[in-house]
Design a protein around this ligand. Sequence first.
Ligand code: FES
Ligand SMILES: [Fe+2]
Length: 347
Amino acid sequence: MYEKQGLLKNGWYVIDKASEIKTNKLIRRQIMDIPLVCWRDDTGGVQVLIDRCIHRNAPLSEGRIVNNCLVCPYHGWTYNEEGSCVKIPSEGPHSERIPTQKVEKFPAKERYGLAWVWMGRDTPPDCEPFEMPTMAGKKGWKHYYMVTPFDNNVTDLVENFMDVPHTVYVHEGWFRERKQMCIKAEVERTKDSVLVTYDQPNDSIGAFGKLLNPKGLPMTHTDNFYMPNVTRVDYSFGEKSFIITSTCTPVAPFKSMVYTLISYNFGWLNPLGRFFMPWYTKKVINQDVWIMEKQGNNLKTFEGEKVYRSSQADTMHVYIESLRNHAMGNEAGNAPSLLKKEMEFWV
Ligand code: FES
Ligand SMILES: [Fe+2]
C-alpha cells in the first residue's frame, strides 16, 4: 500500500492520542501497511521505529526498553533511539562485529494532544502537523477526541465527513430531517484544500437544535478539506459554535483510524454539552462507521472498476478526489487547477 500513496506519503499522520503513549511502554501501530513500534522515552519524547528487528524480523514491540534502548524479544539485539544496533548478546564483547544497518526510524512529534509520525521515508518533514482547533486557552471552549476505526479508505472517509445529503438518510432523526429544502453553497478548490461555504441560514442541525438555538438565529456552516487527510466542519448560530475536525490515518487499503476532535462553545449550556455531546457524537459517528463499512466492502468487491456518478451535491467530493488522486500519481497531467463554483442541492 505504501508505494501507491505517491506524494500522500509526505505528511504527518496520527499514530495515537498522546495520552496512549506511555513512558517506556511499547505499542505496535500500523500506518500505510507499515508496522511501527512506538514509545515515550525518559525525556518525554515520542519515538517511532519500524516494528521489525534487522536480525530475524521479530516484532520489536514484543520486546522491552532497558536503559533507553529497545531490546528485541527473540535474541536480545539491542537498539538505541536512532535505531542503531548497540549490542548483540551472542557476540559477547565483540562490539566491532555489530552491523551498521539500522532499524528504520520515523520522525515523530506531539501536538494538540496527538502523536504524529512523518511517513515520507525519502523526504524529510517540510511542514508541521495540521493545527487541530482545540481552542486551548480560549474562554468558553471545550474539546475532546474520539478515536474510531473505520473499514474504508481515506478518500471515501473524508468525502463522508464533508457530505450533507447522507445526513438525512444515515443520520435520519439524529442530525437533520428530510424536508427537501434547497441548500446553496460555494465550493472552492485550491492547490491543497477544498473549501465549502454553505448558504443555509434557515437550517438547523442535531437533536438539540432547538435548545442550542431557541431564537432561530441564522446558522453559518463551512466544510473544509485539507490535503492530505483532514476535514474541518464548522457550525455556528450566534455566539454558539461547534467544530468537528477529523484526521484520518490509513492503516491498510480498507482500514483507517480516525481521530475526531470535537470542539464546542455552547455558552451557558456547556455543562449540558459535557454530558450530552460525547454520547451524541458517538451515536452519530457509529452510523457513519456502519455505512462506511458497507461501502468499503462493496468497493473491495468491485475493485478495479471504480465508477462514481456524481450529482451537484458531490462537487466537493469530485474536487477532493482530484487532489488526492493527483498526489497519488493516479492521474497524469498537470495539478488540478484552482476553481470556484456555486452549487445547489436539496435535503
Ligand atoms: S530477531 Fe531480533 S534479535 Fe533475533
Ligand atoms: Fe455522517
